[in-house]
Ligand binder design. Structure first.
Ligand code: SAM
Length: 301
């Protein structure tokens, strides 16, 4: 696969008519001295001369799904309180000196947070020109050197580096062939690499998956919602030798809610108003499972 051809084609997506004005607004921003502060709110601090320009540029880039960010005092209250997922996973990984990929990285919120561990290299994969533009907005001031590729999970195995650690969060249920996706992650890893993954799941001991007719929780492109057992079997069939459940959680309006930084609806509109244990489609309400997958079993001492 010629990734350079795909990259060139995707760079052209930044010229689409809904993206081009955002790119222009980005180019018009001044270069100023600034500092990146890492915490639940990812902050860029410094003395930007025109605060309104920052605010207006950020507003043009809506919807902001992941965050929050504070860019020179403009607080971007994203739909998701992404620090909840980050803090849940934080005790389980160590990235110092490692090559790390975040596949489905959105605007890079987690990648900025990963910098606290000083990875050797940090690469984000996400084909969305809007999320790439949000990333570029922050990176323009943060100057972290994180690499953002407008490539998908389907390209990761052909990437010039293999990765020690891959995060692939909230992507599996969007793929119509989940086992193929897991194999793609497996092939993108170094020999002893590990994957951190989360996905929606349904409760039950059997190896089964829910196949929504057309949407799940009003999300149109959800193909399979497995039991944890079914997920384990997918992962083992993809070649992983270890499957470890780290945590499970139920998404609440504390974590996902409508803010002024998104248009349209959020979690409260996706659940049945008379029974919040169900989605509007009548399926079990979203639950997430967080797992660690190992490419090769660690030697037991
Ligand atoms: C539900 S969001 C999850 C974002 C983030 N990883 C998280 O867990 O908060 C799914 C992300 O996958 C991205 N995406 C869409 N198609 C993709 C593909 N083929 N490969 C990788 N990511 C993809 C979307 O642009 C979006 O940012």
């Amino acid at each position: 696969m010629d990734l350079n051809e795909i990259r060139k084609e995707r760079e052209r997506w930044l010229g689409w008519k809904n993206i081009a004005p955002l790119r222009q607004a980005l180019d018009e921003l001044e270069e100023v001295e600034s500092k990146l502060l890492l915490g639940d709110v990812v902050k860029v601090v410094g003395d930007y001369p025109d605060k309104e320009q920052i605010h207006n540029t950020a507003k043009m880039m809506m919807p902001w799904r992941k965050g929050p960010f504070d860019i020179f005092g403009t607080v971007i209250e994203s739909e998701w309180q992404s620090f909840k997922k980050y803090n849940l996973l934080r005790p389980f990984f160590s990235l110092k000196g490692k090559k790390v990929a975040d596949i489905g990285c959105n605007n890079g919120y987690y990648m900025f947070r990963f910098l606290e561990d000083s990875p050797k290299k940090l690469v984000g994969f996400d084909p969305s020109p809007l999320f790439r533009t949000q990333f570029d907005f922050i990176e323009k001031f943060a100057k972290t050197g994180i690499v953002y590729e407008m490539l998908g999970v389907e390209h990761a195995e052909f990437y010039e580096d293999k990765f020690d650690v891959i995060f692939c969060l909230g992507v599996l249920y969007h793929r119509s062939d989940p086992v193929t996706m897991l194999k793609q992650l497996y092939r993108a890893l170094e020999k002893e690499g590990e994957v951190f993954l989360d996905t929606f799941y349904i409760e039950g001991d059997e190896e089964m998956a829910l196949c929504p007719r057309s949407s799940y929780s009003k999300i149109p492109n959800i193909y399979f919602v497995p039991t944890i057992k079914a997920l384990e079997h997918w992962c083992l069939r993809a070649g992983f030798s270890e499957f470890e459940v780290l945590r499970t959680s139920v998404t609440t309006p504390d974590e996902q809610r409508k803010t002024e930084w998104i248009e349209g609806e959020s979690l409260e509109n996706f659940l049945d108003p008379s029974d919040p244990t169900k989605t509007v489609e009548g399926y079990p309400a979203p639950r997430r499972v967080y797992v660690r997958l190992m490419k090769k079993r660690k030697e037991k001492r």
